[in-house]
Design a protein around this ligand. Structure first.
Ligand SMILES: NC(=O)c1ccc[n+]([C@@H]2O[C@H](COP(=O)([O-])OP(=O)(O)OC[C@H]3O[C@@H](n4cnc5c(N)ncnc54)[C@H](OP(=O)(O)O)[C@@H]3O)[C@@H](O)[C@H]2O)c1
Length: 258
């Protein structure tokens, strides 16, 4: 069996997830690159890692589907034999931004399934696998990182379902941190601010303006690698006495100012 530690990163074909996958790959982790529909992007992530001498494998799975989540974990264990790190990164914005008075049940259900229900049950499944691997002596100090958002507390009236899903991610982190501490499995939330990815491309002008007008103390867009470095610090074990912790990667957006 390969002695590399193994990371399962959801939504790693593009954006923040790709940044996380590349950073882990460059630091000797074998990476499972999960994606939903964009196989070319996932292949590109895999190629970038393998070209640099790392190991990676793309696995298609829709996190909203229970059978897909199961298949994703099974594939990870089949290909690499272990899982040392789960990064719940995949997420979606509502397909159509609608005022909270017009939010549809279909959009609510879809966003909650991908952003909250999927990560909850994937975490449950991976945690069970990690406990079994710990008992077999196959892994040491596995970890779970959830990618939340400043939307957990910042109101955006035209994507209520997204905000609610990210607020739920905060509790998901606290609950699993509490439950898994006895096994030595630490759980963290990394909470990005405004990051330059496909997800924010539709609102680029708006955010350019807000940043120029002083929205964030650090006056620039965040990049996927800003988030990746925080995840890497956790993955490499630099926060051993912290669990349930929220790491803000937001240029100081969360600070209240007078
Ligand atoms: N960008 C920001 O400003 C920002 C800020 C705070 C938090 N976040 C959070 O950071 C995470 C990544 O966001 P991003 O900006 O990198 O998004 P992105 O560029 O839109 O990429 C989303 C990724 O998630 C995957 N994905 C979406 N739905 C999925 C599903 N049902 N099953 C499996 N994979 C799925 C996509 O797969 P395909 O490529 O196959 O479509 C893609 O790889 C999300 O949780 C987001 O909420 C983003």
């Amino acid at each position: 069996m390969d002695s590399r530690r193994v990371a399962l990163v959801t939504g790693a074909g593009r954006g923040i997830g790709r940044g996380i996958a590349l950073a882990l790959g460059a630091h000797g982790w074998a990476v499972v690159v999960n994606y939903r529909g964009n196989a070319d992007a996932a292949d590109e992530t895999v190629q970038s890692i393998t070209r640099a001498g790392g190991r990676a494998q793309a696995v298609q799975a829709d996190l909203a589907a229970a059978a897909d989540r199961s298949r994703l974990v099974d594939a990870t264990l089949e290909v690499f034999g272990r899982v040392d790190l789960l990064v719940n990164n995949a997420g979606m914005a509502p397909r159509v931004r609608r005022d909270i008075l017009e939010t549809t049940e279909a959009s609510y259900d879809e966003v909650m399934a991908v952003n909250l229900k999927g990560p909850f049950f994937l975490t449950q499944r991976v945690a069970q696998a990690m406990i079994a691997l710990l008992e077999a002596g196959s892994v040491e100090a596995p970890k779970i990182v959830n990618i939340g958002s400043v939307s957990a507390y910042a109101s955006s009236l035209n994507r209520a379902e997204y905000c609610i899903s990210k607020a739920g991610m905060g509790m998901l982190t606290a609950l699993f941190a509490d439950r898994l501490a006895e096994y030595g499995i630490n759980v963290y939330e990394v909470r990005p601010g405004i990051i330059d990815t496909d997800m924010t491309s539709a609102v680029k002008e708006k955010y350019n303006r807000l940043i120029a007008d002083g929205l964030t103390p650090i006056a620039r867009w965040g990049q996927p690698n800003d988030v990746a470095r925080a995840v890497l610090a956790i993955a490499e074990g630099y926060l051993p006495f912290s669990t349930g912790e929220v790491i803000n990667v937001d240029g100081g957006f969360h600070l209240r100012r007078l």
